[in-house]
Design a protein around this ligand. Structure first.
Ligand code: ADP
Ligand code: ASP
Ligand code: MG
Length: 464
């Protein structure tokens, strides 16, 4: 059994959908379980339209809803040969679009858009996409069945990025899918979405369909989890920004998790976790080039021929520096910083402390910077007054660059080579951190210089 997740571009147009049908047919002997995303761009449109509805931009909302309808109906009209199946799909898609339009109307009327409503709206992309994919597969002679993940993926009510309740989910996945597999039916499961105990729709975070693929694959004890996307595999850097990026034939779970955490969009960071638990290999494959073996992500990694595997970056961050000569030797400062940030649910991307201890830097997402600083100022109010802390300073528009590879552990000179490359590229380093795992070196640069920095390090390690 192989769980196959198809990403947005893989189900993004008529030609791709035909390719997906052919891939699924090819692998029928391996008993595929299919998980799919919304068609490329649809989730963005759904979310942008929600904002338009909130601003009562009625005409633009109407136009976007019409465009979504046309996009999906066009697929049905072009690809479905069976008249009954075609009619049924058109009816279901049209009813869903009507429901979506009603939700937008509600948002406009109430002038209110909660995180809960956003998740309900976002879920339409995967539902529309998977209903049509199941129908297309059937039209191609594959015995397929649509499965709404909200009936099997149980989450908490942290809308926008809900946490999965694995004990409930694993049972639900098995009891829903095993009977289908037993009847040689290919389940077509909506990625990205789940539901709370009360039946409210949640999402697993942007790009969360990868995670769904791995949750399902692990619950079903699949032999492998395949993530079908639009590149040949995990590359040494983001091919859109770095010239000469190369496909890696294998990497470890830890390397994949580290690089995705630091912004490599190729796979969602949480995807590795369920797979690690069951030791199930993940393979990245290209729908545009199916024969390519792709990248195997597993427990082990080849650390001999490539010490550094990947250079990645993450943008739109702010650096907050808590500084003061009085902080030296005072216990508990870092703990108080983290507690304060945790109270306002701000994710600390990176921390760096100079050994002199008079400066602690935390890197946080720019969108959270305001509330982070406010909470820190209130936490250190008394210390600021007593000059134990001199200042809480902010530098906006910074990026983290991360150099990732398991083979870096214990290897000398990696940091030196990284910093020399950056200096030669005339890029200023704002802060540095190295985790004790030695799996990555991360540094902060100004966002305007990040591309230059990534390319320079990539070139220095001869990844090209
Ligand atoms: P999908 O819609 O299939 O989920 P995504 O757009 O989420 O696809 O992810 C695939 C994209 O990730 C690639 O097209 C590529 O531009 C980008 N990407 C970023 N970093 C890397 C990397 N290190 N290796 C490969 N692709 C990367
Ligand atoms: N459609 C969702 C998104 O765009 C989930 C995914 O594609 O993985 O974020
Ligand atoms: Mg993705």
């Amino acid at each position: 059994m192989i769980t196959m997740k198809f990403g947005g571009t893989s189900v993004g147009d008529i030609q791709r959908l035909q390719e997906v049908a052919s891939i699924v047919r090819t692998y029928l002997p391996q008993r595929p379980i299919v998980v799919a995303s919304a068609m490329a761009g649809v989730t963005n449109t759904l979310l942008e339209t929600a904002q338009l509805a909130l601003q009562r931009e009625t005409e633009r909302v109407k136009k976007n809803v019409e465009a979504l309808k046309e996009k999906h109906l066009n697929v049905a009209n072009t690809l479905l040969k069976d008249a009954v199946r075609h009619r049924e799909l058109i009816q279901r898609q049209s009813a869903l679009i009507d429901e979506l339009a009603n939700l937008y109307r509600g948002v406009s009327l109430l002038k209110e858009l909660s995180v809960r409503s956003i998740d309900a709206i976002a879920s339409f992309g995967e539902i529309l996409s998977c209903l049509q994919l199941a129908a297309i597969l059937k039209d191609n002679g594959v015995n397929a069945e649509f499965v709404d993940a909200r009936t099997i993926i149980r989450t908490d009510s942290h809308f926008g990025e809900a946490a999965v309740d694995f004990s409930v989910t694993d049972e639900k996945v098995k009891s829903a899918l095993l009977p289908l597999i037993g009847k040689e039916i290919v389940p077509v499961i909506t990625g990205f979405i789940g539901s709370t105990e009360d039946g409210l729709t949640t999402t697993l975070g942007r790009s969360g369909s990868d995670y769904t693929g791995s949750i399902v694959g692990a619950a079903m004890n699949s032999q492998e989890i395949w993530i079908w996307t639009d590149v040949d595999g995990v590359m040494t850097a983001d091919p859109r920004y770095v010239t000469g990026a190369k496909v890696l034939s294998e990497i470890s779970y830890r390397e994949a998790a580290e690089m995705s955490y630091f912004g490599a969009k190729i796979i969602h960071p949480k995807t590795m976790m369920p797979a690690i638990e069951k030791n199930i290999p993940i393979r990245i494959k290209n729908t545009f080039n199916p024969p390519h073996p792709g990248t195997l992500i597993s427990q082990s990694t080849n650390t001999t021929d490539r010490v550094v595997k990947n250079i990645t970056s993450i943008d739109n961050l702010s650096l907050i520096a808590i500084e003061g000569n009085g902080m030296v030797g005072v216990p508990g400062i870092s703990a108080r910083i983290f507690s304060a940030l945790a109270r306002v649910r701000v994710n600390v991307m990176m921390i760096s402390q100079a050994s002199s201890e008079h400066n602690v830097c935390v890197i946080v997402p720019q969108k959270d910077c305001g509330k982070a600083v406010k909470e820190l100022r209130s936490e250190f109010d008394a210390d600021l007054a007593k000059k134990i802390v001199d200042d809480i300073a902010v530098q906006e528009n910074v990026s983290i660059v991360a150099v990732v590879g398991e083979g870096m552990k214990g290897k000398r000179g990696i940091a030196g080579k990284t910093f020399t490359a950056i200096a030669n590229a005339d890029v200023n380093i704002v802060a540095i951190a190295q985790g004790s795992s030695e799996l990555n070196i991360s540094l902060v640069v100004e966002q305007s210089e990040v591309r230059k920095a990534v390319q320079a390090i990539h070139d220095a390690f001869h990844l090209t």
